[in-house]
Write a protein that binds this ligand. Sequence first.
Ligand code: ADP
Length: 497
Amino acid sequence: MSRYLLGIDQGTTSSRAILVDHNGHVVDIEQQDFAQHYPQSGWVEHQPEDLWQSVLQCCSTLVRRHQLSAADLTGIGITNQRETTLLWDKDTGQPVYNAIVWQDRRTAEYCQQLAEDNPGLEARIQAKTGLLLDPYFCASKIHWVLENVKGARDRAAQGQLLFGTVETYLLWKLTGGKCHCTDASNASRTLLFDIHAQEWDEELLVLFNIPRTLLPEVHDNASDFGHTQSDLLGGPVPILAMAGDQQAALVGQGCFSPGMAKSTYGTGCFVMVNTGEQALYSQHRLLTTVAYRIEGKVTYALEGSIFMAGATIQWLRDGLNLIQQAGESEALAREVGTEHDVILVPAFTGLGAPYWDPDARGAILGLTRDTGIKEIVSAGLQSVCYQSKDLQKAMEADGVRPTDWRVDGGMVSNDWLMQFLADMLGANVRRSNVAETTALGAAYLAGLQAGVFTSLAHISQLWKEDKAFTPEISKADRDRLYRHWQEGVRRIQTRSD
Ligand code: ADP
């Protein structure tokens, strides 16, 4: 009798594998870091072999440590860093180029030129894909490889090459080249997928000059994706689920009803709110995306991101040397509280949603002779909450008010931060008792496909709260503090549209 689900989380800086039992409990985790490559300013690459080997080793280590046979594994769920783009030869498996990572900006000029040459294109792209015409997504990255790697365009035209985001590449490797498939959530991040029709879009393929033969088949998130090759994990193991990392976290956090949101506070912060069957269009440059597709039924989400969340605390630590460890920020902030006049606007790389001002730069405002380290650290933490409030307001303006904020990521161990977040949002903030919500979500989806879990409602019952934070300040105080932040933002904006 099989006993465990295996969740694979192939992330931007590390790969992880978790073992989950049939009660939905995490039994063990294995993690491995791998190298980042920065060949030029603004370029970020991973070596495909590093992604594959780190995943394989994490899985093998868990199998060895728990003395498992393939028959002990009910199935595998894969989640992944989204939008990172790979092309490889369909016969030899040889990658055509390194994986171009989501953060990579090499196609910025190309995207800008496309927008200038094609009036109305951005609106059409948003209507079809829910996304923006931006280098972040796969389409311009595929185009770059085809144009810049010698012979790639010809080989693609001959049907010799395959494209995939990381989950597709891993699946192809795990199945020994038998399965070239993706899932609806990852497909929805390529800029080539019509999220309403749920199919690759011919107009966009022509626009980016990408042959259709490159593209994987799109499955539901919980689906039969084939079996692992026998020699990898001691026998064939079924692969039963795939989902992009933020979508998998939404599942791991049990956010299955419209209005439920998960917010991940790591280096940056990603907020995703379930909008049910409705694909809401953003007027504030939030993204509309597929949350998950189960038994052919699509659930949509609205997504917003903050560039600088934990990264601000890293800067206070490594840039300014105000603290030795990120965790020290809590005690310092607690001493000084929220009622000081210092505002830290961490626009180190510009302002994201809803301001969208890439040329703005950061500032610390409201300094007086008695300002000290505590006030600046407190202001750094507060900036994460104010930016979350900005996203909440953008989401509200776009038609959805998140009811429940389920949080995860490295920053959420900071109770002071979580309390101020609840105060600022005027909503309950609930911390999950599992830190690894992303890998857990992938394992849950595999369990759903295997019938270990009977429904999403069943999975939602597995979610356990570690601690809830409820708003403690008055609306007047909230509004006053938030206005102060907005004034700070206005001082550094380079544009006001
Ligand atoms: P990622 O997955 O993006 O690498 P993690 O989820 O591991 O990030 O979170 C690490 C981030 O959280 C770091 O940027 C760190 O500064 C921040 N962090 C960790 N602990 C705390 C804390 N107690 N208070 C504030 N920030 C913290």
